[in-house]
Each structure stands twice: as C-alpha cells, then as structure tokens.
Design a binder for this molecule. Sequence first.
Ligand code: E4P
Length: 214
Amino acid sequence: MKLFIDTASVEEVREIASWGILDGVTTNPSLVLKAGAEFEPTVKAMCALVKEVSAQVTASDFAGMQEQAKEYSSWHKHVVVKVPMTVEGLKTLAWCKSKGIPTNTTLVFSVAQAVLAAKAGATMISPFVGRLDDIGEDGMKLIEDIRAAWDRYDFATQILVASIRDVEHVRRAAVAGAHICTIPYKVFLELPKHDLTEKGLQKFLEDWESVQSK
Ligand code: E4P
C-alpha cells in the first residue's frame, strides 16, 4: 500500500518523507488556501521530494482542464493531474490517458462514479471517506464496495482513500486492500504510536539502566 500525505505544506512533506515511508502527496485548492502557499513553486518543491504529486485543475470545462493538465504536467514528471468527477472531468481523464499524463479523480462518492473514472482511464480514484462519515454514512464501506467491484474486473485504476480523519480509516483501508491512503499530517503523527510500544520501551530502558548500575 502506498502512503501519501494530504497537504499543501512543503515542510510537512519534508518531515514525513524523512521517515522513509512516503510515496506521494495530494493537494487541493482548500489546502493551498490554508497553507497560504504559492501553487506552482509548492508543487515543484514537492516533486523533488516524492514521486507522485497530485495538482488539482480549477477549470470546469474540458478545454480549460486540458490546458491546465498540459501546463501542470510540464512542471515535473512527478505531477499527477487531479480532475473532478464530472462529465467534463471524464473527458479530461480520457484525454490525459491518451497523452500518457497520470491522473487522480477527486470527489468520488459512489461505486458508479468509480467505475466511470476507471473506464475513462484514471490512474487513481479518490473516494472521500471522511466526508461520507460527516453525513452519517460509513465512508469505508464505499472503499470495501469499490474493492469488491475491482476484484471482479481488471481495472488498472488504483483506489486512493481520501478525506481520512483518523488511524482507524488507515487500518480499514489496509484491510480492505486499498492501493493508496492520503493522510493528513496530524494523523501521520498518530500512526507510529501504540500504548504498549511506549510502555514496553520505557520498561526496556529502565531495565537497561539497572543492568548498567550493577
Ligand atoms: C484528497 O485528495 C483530498 O485532498 C482530501 O483528502 C480531502 O479531505 P477533506 O475531506 O478532509 O477535505
């Protein structure tokens, strides 16, 4: 399973990349706003740190998305063009596929949308689990359903679990067989922790001190 960080902060990417476990980054316009980042230099800096960086188009028509896809993919070979799950987005996914430009379909909320994006040739689809939880649904059930559909067909499209809120989402994504999780920085910081790891390490260190003082 690949691990991506969901952020527009180059510092956060640098920190998690230093752990030796980071495969990529996803960004979106809201994250860029929150980070107060400049889009192009931020994407380029992230591309120097990891191999797959999703940069989201902001046009809503096919021609505009095509232009942005061309522009973003010229910035660096690690750019993945992020396209919304709309009819214009589907046209853009198919066009990018024909040009060899990798894509990530964002704002996927149903199996039907996932199938359409896969048929259009998306490299990745991003079902948003946290936003489904927010409206009282079980977001991870969508991942399990998409995985079940994928097991029946030969879609090459990778299932990227997005809108992750906690460690439990990451656990369920791994058990379901998702290809990728994109994880916010604050959730990344929780992933290495376990009470028994902390207690066990404390006891080992105390016992080692006793060995030394003998
Ligand atoms: C994914 O690519 C999106 O940037 C992200 O996961 C959205 O998450 P949110 O629902 O927390 O905004």
